[in-house]
Design a protein around this ligand. Sequence first.
Ligand SMILES: [Ca+2]
Length: 156
Amino acid sequence: MAQFSGSGNVTAPLATTSDITVPPPGGPGSGTSGCEREDWPAGDQPLAGKIALIQRGSCVFVNKIQLAADLGAAGVLVFNDGGPGREEPFQIGAPQFIGIPVVMTSATVGAALYALEPTRPASSAPHHANRTRLRGFALSSVISSAISISNSVGAP
Ligand SMILES: [Ca+2]
């Protein structure tokens, strides 16, 4: 759920920041996922055609979202950081000028998606196909349910 985000349905591969640990070892709110340019792969548009998976942390949501959008993200999925009392999703502000769908989800869903992200080492090759199917199912479920909430927020 993200109030005032861009609307639309996005189905795309995940890209995750390089600095996610659930829960953050420095305590609630101490993580910097998606706050710095260096959290993402190098290049002009490294997130083009992808959904950016970002953990809640020390910088404001709009900065994380804007950075991901600037790097080409098709959508943004922010998850709570998993610290004490920081499991459930809540409504975050994502200004419409950013123009891409933004969704907030729980720490559990975020951590599960992070664990399935395909650029991370797979435990063994035979499981890869199952992991890919599971990832697609989970992500599409998260995105479609959250986007319908986002659209209803904007309705008169
Ligand atoms: Ca960071």
